[in-house]
Ligand binder design. Sequence first.
Ligand SMILES: [Zn+2]
Ligand SMILES: [Zn+2]
Ligand SMILES: [Zn+2]
Length: 160
Amino acid sequence: MMANMSREARSSTSEAIEMDEEEVMLHGAESGWVEARTYCDHLSSLSSDLRLIPPPDTCCFRCDHPAENWLCLCCKEVFCSRFVNKHMLEHYHLKGHCLALSYSDLSVWCFICDAYLDAQVICQLRTVYETAYVMKFGESPPVRTIERMQFEENSAGTIS
Ligand SMILES: [Zn+2]
Ligand SMILES: [Zn+2]
Ligand SMILES: [Zn+2]
């Protein structure tokens, strides 16, 4: 009770700083958000059938943790995150399966690249991303304007 009171007595500024730290932990960079990679050399290990995947509320196969798990994109098993019991990380070390999709935010992580992958740009990942999105939200993902952004970047850098 006392702890709660003193926490609430603190200014909202300290709350904002705590959130920033969480953001840095999640995305692994000093500056906050990291651009997801648009390529990865390890896509040959992807499961050949990613149209049929377990639902997003599937529990961790090892510890039954119920939420925010990762789907192994190589064997379609489900494991908990590095913030729970690290079973996805353990699975990577045991089996060498390096590609995983987060059921909490649908980001795709490559353990070998040590980076997030852009599942909407990498065509081998788009199907499973869209399947997971529909299962999680009940509708198709919104169309992104990435092509246009890239075009503008390219034309800005072109020597005329
Ligand atoms: Zn990779
Ligand atoms: Zn687990
Ligand atoms: Zn696996």
